[in-house]
Design a protein around this ligand. Structure first.
Ligand code: NAI
Length: 282
């Protein structure tokens, strides 16, 4: 049966549950061979269980798809290398990478400690860096081509109460995506972001997700499939956002600003105050 990902090998990190599980299952249904990576951690990153990734593989195989499990910690150099190697050793290549693994350690800024800050930055940002770099080196060694989908969030793009560490990590992934998309364009590797909103164990206790059955991972998965498939074409560096029935995008905008002719173009703070409205006007 023709699928959007026929003859494609995909690695989805953190795919043992929640959004990643939905992506892996849809990718396999669209013809991809899928590496389901997950170390099976708790929401805050504590403890591990090897069964999470294997359970998703079992679901995919039962539905007639192709998948293998990988339980490495992709926030480490060796773990990311092992996840990429699992694809190449298991299926002979790797064409699509979805950097989805993540944890939450919410605390308001005044209570945030270094451990909660570092662990969230490490899991989100370093896993995205390690996996992206290794994936890109592999694709370049194959002559180019390929697709990367990174995961940012509303919190990273707009900010959210109680998530200074998480928002910093997700905004870092946005900046990383923009630069990677520019650098990898010449190798025909697209690098885009998904900003999902869905009820998972990560969000189920947040007020906007409580008792909501219209914000599911299955609403988000087709957006990630789009970014992972040839339908995405040459689009790169974008942030596609999916929340239930709503499909939208985040764009960072630059205002036209205002130029000063006098005093060699040097603005005084008082002049900035006086012209604030025209400086920030879109
Ligand atoms: P989840 O907690 O169900 O899934 C995250 C998965 O990543 C877990 O299965 C966990 O075991 C795995 N993981 C954590 N650290 C890992 C590591 N070092 N190596 C390998 N696997 C690891 O949460 P959910 O909601 O599915 O989140 C998926 C991604 O989407 C995350 O990056 C999250 O920040 C992001 N996101 C989710 C939103 C939502 O509304 N659910 C909103 C915005 C972003």
């Amino acid at each position: 049966m023709p699928g959007l990902l026929n003859d494609t090998v995909c690695l989805v990190t953190g795919a043992g549950g929640g959004l990643g599980r939905a992506y892996a299952k849809l990718f396999a249904a669209e013809g991809a061979a899928v590496v389901v990576n997950d170390l099976g951690g708790a929401r805050d990153g504590a403890a591990t269980s090897e069964s999470a990734a294997q359970a998703v593989v079992d679901e995919i195989v039962a539905a007639g798809g192709r998948a293998i499990a990988n339980t490495s910690d992709v926030s480490t150099d060796e773990g990311a290398a092992a996840a990429i190697a699992a694809a190449i050793d298991g299926f002979g290549d790797l064409n699509v990478l979805v950097n989805n693994a993540g944890i939450l350690r919410d605390k308001t800024l005044l209570k945030l400690d270094e451990e909660a800050f570092d662990s969230v930055m490490r899991v989100h940002v370093k896993s995205t860096f390690f996996c992206t770099q290794k994936f890109a080196k592999h694709r370049v060694s194959k002559g180019g081509g390929g697709r990367i989908v990174n995961t940012t969030s509303v919190s990273g793009m707009l900010g959210n109460f109680g998530q200074a560490n998480y928002a910093a990590a997700k905004a870092a992934i946005y900046g990383f995506t923009r630069t990677s998309s520019i650098e990898l364009q010449k190798h025909r590797i697209s690098v885009n972001c998904i900003a999902p909103s869905a009820t998972t164990r990560m969000t189920e206790d947040l007020p906007m997700f409580a008792n909501v059955d219209t914000l599911t991972p299955d609403h988000v998965a087709p957006a990630v499939l789009f970014l992972a498939s040839e339908l995405c074409g040459e689009k790169t560096g974008w942030v596609l956002a999916a929340a239930g029935a709503r499909m939208y995008a985040f764009r960072v905008v630059e205002t036209a600003g205002r130029f000063k002719e006098e005093t060699g173009g040097v603005w005084s703070p008082e002049e900035i105050s006086e012209h604030w409205d025209s400086i920030i006007k879109l």
